[in-house]
Structures are given as structure tokens and as C-alpha cells.
Design a protein around this ligand. Structure first.
Ligand SMILES: Nc1ncnc2c1ncn2[C@@H]1O[C@H](COP(=O)(O)OP(=O)(O)O)[C@@H](O)[C@H]1O
Ligand SMILES: [Mg+2]
Length: 372
């Protein structure tokens, strides 16, 4: 259907599967003398949910507020469906907003809160009643429509905020850390609920979070941000398996770090031992990374299958954690963490023993430059 509409709208874009919906072109924000967002460009496709993921202070909320129209960018252009909205006021942007603090009206009931946006738009009373009911059913709060916000749990309040944002049928939904105030169990439930609502309605959504699990599990694509710029924009699989930078590798998932070198011949080595990796390698000092759970701990002279790396080291720590064994192995100046599932027959090597750590060539991530 999307493709059909595209074809009638613009024959020149028929090759695209999904059209770009929300586009930021060289958008920047300067507060006083601080260049919080130097220049940011990205395109969110129609119907997808994109996460802005990054540490606190990297500019996620600032970017979202520029998209919402709550602050005006210092430079650049924001467009929705090819229409320039950079200077459009908030209430003309057709966007639904959900924040970490639920920002409900305390003196209004749940249904009054949800109805508010529709009343502002001058919609008929009868239609408002139906739409509010539908929206509250959608977030499973139909039975609490007469309550005041203070008589609701945090999760329920956040669902009211979600219903209030969706009831006006915005073309884009913006969520800023909406689950951060909820306890772990509720957060898991709400993740599933928000994702399924977004998929059912087919709404384009931007989801700001500092939580990698949220970004990986809920979103179609992830923008990894750092210091006001984009480190990588890709699917969860791409971000996790092929991080573009050491920052992405260590921010999304956990990772080991080894310092190494790529010789002019192309040979990769760490602590004087040769290693295998896939793809082209940058000659010179490198950082080598691999995920702890992709590394196995072997006895010193155990057989290593072809296509696997083998690094000799000394066991400096080992912890049995039931499901897992966590081991630390010193290799040259670096320490490697190994995490492997336990078996009944697993015999733990002794502390100080010579061991081999092993992993598949394809699990070796290599980045130019020394340790930072
Ligand atoms: N109104 C403002 N005035 C000055 N600095 C601001 C303002 N808003 C945000 N900042 C600064 O911009 C940076 C990015 O903030 P923010 O976008 O809130 O980050 P995040 O949401 O990723 O945690 C921070 O250093 C913050 O202090
Ligand atoms: Mg923020």
C-alpha cells in the first residue's frame, strides 16, 4: 500500500520500499556559546520506530524538542513528508508527545485528560466520547476512566499519557524516556505494549532512551548519539554485530578490549600472537574487541577449530555463577573476560593456570587507533 501511494505521489521515488517521513538536514543547536548539536542529519521512514540512544547529556532531548517544535533549531531544516516545518509552531505539527514525567492535568479525570486535545481541536462531543473510549481500551484503562491521576500507579499514569498522545491520531509520536520512572517489571510490560501499539497503528515514532536494551528490543533502527553527533544509525543487528566505532561497541552490549597491531603485511596480532579477523584491516595500532559471551575458555593445549582464534594467557579470576562461568584471563597487558554457559561436566581450571581463550574470526572487531 505504501508503495502504491508512493508511485502515485512521485514516480521518481518508486524504487524506495518505505518513504522518508521525518527528515533532519544539518540541524544544529547552540545554547549561548555551547554547540550542543553541531550538525545532525537523519531520515526516519514512515511507520518505523527509531531510537535515539546515548549517554546522558549527548543531546537526545534537545533533538526531540527541536522536532516537536518546543525549541527552534539554531540552524538547519526539519521536514515531515517533504514539508518544511522548521518554523512551524508546536500545535500545528501534528505530533504526539510522551515524556518521562507524565505531565497529566491533576484536577482532571483520566478521560478528561485524554479528551483535552480533542476538545482543543473543536471535535464534536459524541465523537470525543467514542475516541476517548477507544484510546483507553487500547491501553487497557477503560475501567479507570473516572479516576484522578493521583489515584493511579506510575505505569497507569504513563498509559494515560500514551492514550492522550495517540487519541488525536498524530502523524508522528515522540517519546522521551517514557519508561524511566517505572519499576523493572512494569517497564518490560510497557515496552511490549508501546511497541505493539506503534506497530498496530503504523505510526512513525522516535523513542529517546539511554537504555540499550530498550533501544535494541523495541526499535526498528537506532541512532547512537555521542556529544551531539551521530556515531552510527542502523538496525539493532547492525549496531550490535557491526559497531562503527569503539564507543558504539562498548555502549551497546559489553565488550573486551585488547590493544593490537596490524602489520603492513596485513597480519593482525595482540601480545605477539597472531589473530584472525574478517574484512579489511587498518594498518597500524588497533583496538581489538570481542563480546565476552562469544569467547570460550579452553585448556592450554586444547584443540581450536579452524577459523577460530586462540590466544594464550593466564587465568586471573574465575567465578561460578550457576548458569554461567565468568573468567578473567590476562594476555600481555590486557585482561579478557570470558562468559560461558556451564555444563555438568565442566571442570574449572586452577587460578594462575595457563589457558587458551578462543573465538570465531568473525567475532573479532578491529578499530584503527590505540586505546582511548
Ligand atoms: N536550555 C538549555 N540551555 C543550555 N544548555 C542546555 C539546555 N538544554 C540542554 N542543554 C545542554 O545540552 C546538552 C544536551 O542535553 P540533553 O539534550 O538534555 O541531553 P540528553 O537528553 O541526551 O540527556 C547538555 O549538556 C545540557 O546541559
Ligand atoms: Mg534527555
Amino acid at each position: 500500500m505504501m508503495l502504491e501511494r508512493n508511485m502515485t505521489a512521485s514516480p521518481s521515488r518508486t524504487a524506495k520500499v518505505a518513504e522518508d517521513h521525518l527528515v533532519l538536514s544539518e540541524v544544529g543547536m547552540t545554547f549561548g556559546t555551547a554547540d550542543v548539536i553541531p550538525s545532525l542529519s537523519l531520515a526516519v521512514r514512515r511507520g518505523e520506530m527509531v531510537a535515539f540512544l546515548g549517554p546522558s547529556g549527548c543531546g537526545k532531548t534537545t533533538t526531540l524538542r527541536m522536532i516537536a517544535g518546543l525549541i527552534a533549531p539554531s540552524r538547519g531544516r526539519i521536514s515531515v513528508g517533504w514539508r518544511d516545518i522548521t518554523r512551524l509552531p508546536v500545535h500545528e505539527r501534528d505530533m504526539g508527545l510522551v515524556f518521562q514525567s507524565y505531565a497529566l492535568f491533576p484536577h482532571m479525570t483520566v478521560s478528561q485528560n485524554v479528551a483535552f486535545g480533542l476538545e482543543m481541536r473543536g471535535i464534536a462531543k459524541r465523537e470525543i466520547r467514542v475516541r476517548v473510549e477507544t484510546a483507553l481500551e487500547m491501553v487497557q484503562l477503560g475501567h479507570l476512566s473516572d479516576r484522578k491521576p493521583r489515584a493511579l500507579s506510575g505505569g497507569q499514569q504513563q498509559r494515560v499519557a500514551l492514550a492522550r498522545a495517540l487519541v488525536v491520531e498524530p502523524s508522528i509520536l515522540l517519546l522521551d524516556e517514557p519508561l524511566s520512572n517505572l519499576d523493572a517489571k512494569l517497564r518490560d510490560e510497557m515496552r511490549v505494549q508501546i511497541r505493539s501499539l506503534q506497530q498496530q497503528s503504523g505510526i512513525t515514532a522516535v523513542f529517546v532512551t539511554h537504555d540499550q536494551v530498550e533501544a535494541l528490543s523495541m526499535c526498528d533502527r537506532i541512532v547512537v548519539m555521542r556529544g551531539g553527533h551521530i556515531e552510527q544509525f542502523g538496525t539493532p543487528g547492525e549496531i550490535y554485530e557491526h559497531p562503527a566505532t569503539p564507543f558504539v561497541a562498548s555502549f551497546v552490549g559489553r565488550t573486551n578490549r585488547l590493544s593490537g597491531v596490524v602489520e603492513p603485511s596485513g597480519r593482525l596480532a595482540a601480545a605477539g600472537q597472531g589473530l584472525l579477523a574478517e574484512g579489511a584491516l587498518p594498518v597500524g595500532q588497533v583496538q581489538i574487541m570481542m563480546r565476552p559471551h562469544r569467547v570460550a575458555l579452553l585448556a592450554a593445549h586444547e584443540h581450536v577449530p579452524p577459523g577460530h582464534n586462540a590466544l594464550r594467557g593466564r587465568l586471573t579470576g574465575i567465578t561460578f555463577v550457576g548458569d554461567l562461568i565468568q573468567a578473567n584471563v590476562r594476555v600481555g597487558e590486557d585482561e579478557i573476560t570470558v562468559e560461558q554457559p556451564t555444563r555438568r561436566s565442566t571442570a574449572l581450571p586452577l587460578m594462575g593456570a595457563e589457558v587458551t581463550v578462543s573465538w570465531e574470526a568473525g567475532d573479532t572487531m578491529v578499530f584503527a587507533g590505540g586505546a582511548t
